[in-house]
Ligand binder design. Structure first.
Ligand code: NAD
Length: 456
């Protein structure tokens, strides 16, 4: 049995039965049967179930938000935001999926024609993360289902109850049980999924686990897609219209969901001409955040989902201070029960420090002063990750000069920490391989078959 705890008070929420190697195999076989019929349905029929699922989620939002908050510690208002916001994937699929999955016919000469059809992969494994289980879950399992695959969805061990709720609501919406199955457990259960023959592996999580999966699955020669972490930079230029607004937005990008977003702002560079004002406003903003019970509507900073992250953050703070950084705010965990870490601001930082190089995934930020755009570019590019980069500036051309040379899947001008179904979501280097969202994101769950047809 696997115990699920509330990270804000460390109380046991529930014990759930974990899957074994045998039950994973049984579920895979069941999903293989189900996929044959499911793939023969029209895209519109499959879409219909997904749209119903979306409506059921919204009508159960009060209960679902409570569940999400209880197992991850996400402040309740942010749980509502996530559940409402994720519905934009369903709207986007509704408008586009039939078009994206339609055959492409190319008329040839003398009675020949060619055709591309987009066949589903088959039974796909979706091994997922806990930080935004609706967003990152939907990006994979909904698109996979609409494309005609069946799905073995393994929620993170820190978002299991949410994952089980997805299964119940998908069934209620008409997705057959042999088309979607939840696989319950921790990393060892994920490992067992690598040892059977899925037709594709779609993973969201950390770089070390992603690398491990890539290596383990390589001999199977099936598609593997990895949505991994980041060390996303934000550069605040000296021409921003309002330094206070820039500071408020930067702080939200760094601290929303307690900094536990794959595209959270993880390091900030500020032009020296506005540096002092920026720091003043940034500090004021973060000092005003309400920390505490995630079930309270006013809370902006709740507990960290994973206890182990407290050590990583403390280590980043100690390392930075030992190398000359100045601690402006926070710096340690809060006394009492729960995985609370104080929002932490470090200045006078540099790239010798872990806080500017390693993913923090928590409520901590390093802010570095830069002389000019060239210095900012050099520092922004000094990373092994490649998820997002952001610039705040009134001058679009100047911002674009910086952003076009960033080796990241996403770039932001005057915004950050944002994902949209209209555009592809992808990481480069240690941030991952492959794409979700947009037309490219649905193609990830298909394989092309080329027809060469000649009438005689
Ligand atoms: P994690 O790597 O610890 O776990 C992710 C999943 O992998 C979990 O379901 C876990 O049980 C499973 N797992 C662990 N070991 C495994 C193994 N040996 N074989 C198979 N599965 C295994 O990551 P996490 O803590 O859940 O998520 C946080 C990370 O995810 C951060 O680095 C964050 O940046 C990243 N993330 C990326 C995106 C993105 O879209 N790029 C989105 C959300 C989160």
């Amino acid at each position: 049995m696997m115990n699920i705890y509330n990270p804000s008070n460390e109380q046991l929420l529930k014990s759930v039965e974990e899957d074994s190697s045998q039950t994973i195999l049984d579920k895979l076989n069941k999903l293989r049967h189900g996929q044959l019929l499911w793939s023969q349905k029209t895209v519109a029929e499959r879409l219909n179930c997904i749209v119903k699922f979306g409506a059921l989620v919204q009508s159960n939002i009060d209960n679902l938000a409570k569940v999400l908050t209880s197992e991850t510690g996400k402040p309740i208002q942010q749980s509502y935001n996530e559940i409402r916001g994720a519905n934009n994937r369903i709207e986007h699929l509704k408008q586009n999926a039939e078009k994206w999955l339609a055959d492409n016919v190319i008329e040839g000469l003398e009675g020949t024609y060619e055709k591309i059809i987009h066949e589903p992969l088959g039974v796909v494994a979706n091994i997922s993360a806990w930080n935004f289980p609706y967003n990152v879950g939907y990006n994979v399992f909904l698109y996979a289902l609409v494309a005609g695959n069946s799905v073995a969805y393994k929620p993170s061990e820190f978002a299991t109850l949410t994952g089980l709720a997805f299964a119940d609501l998908l069934y209620e919406a008409g997705v057959p049980e042999n088309v979607f199955q939840c696989i319950v457990g921790d990393g060892s259960t994920g490992q067992a999924m690598l040892e059977v023959a899925f037709d594709g592996y779609f993973f969201t999580g950390s770089y070390p686990t992603g690398l491990h999966i890539l290596k383990e699955v390589a001999p199977k020669m099936v598609p593997v897609q990895l949505e991994l972490g980041g060390k996303d930079p934000l550069y605040v230029m000296d021409d921003v219209k309002d330094v206070k607004v820039a500071a408020v937005n930067a702080a939200e990008g760094a601290f929303y969901n307690n900094g536990q977003s794959c595209c959270a702002v993880e390091r900030i560079y500020v032009h020296e001409n506005i540096y002092n004002d920026f720091i003043k406003f940034f500090l004021e903003e973060v000092e005003g955040y309400v920390i505490g019970d995630p079930e309270s509507e006013n809370t902006f900073i709740g507990p960290l989902t994973r206890k182990g992250q407290l050590n990583l953050l403390r280590n980043q703070v100690d390392d930075a201070i030992s190398k000359g950084a100045k601690l402006l705010l926070g710096g340690d965990e809060l006394a009492g029960k729960g995985n609370f870490f104080a929002p932490t601001i470090l200045i006078e930082v540099n790239h010798e420090m872990l806080v500017m190089k390693e993913e923090s995934f928590g409520p901590i930020i390093g802010i570095q002063k830069v002389k000019n755009d060239e210095e900012a570019i050099e520092l922004m590019k000094d990373t092994e990750y490649g998820l997002t980069s952001a610039v705040f500036s009134t001058d679009q051309a100047r911002a674009e000069q910086v952003l076009k040379i960033m080796n990241t899947g996403t770039v932001y001008w005057n915004c950050c920490d944002r994902v949209s179904p209209n555009v592809p979501w992808s990481g480069r280097n240690k941030s991952g391989v492959g794409t979700t969202l947009s037309s490219q994101g649905i193609r990830a769950f298909t394989q092309p078959k080329a027809y060469h047809w000649r009438e005689v």
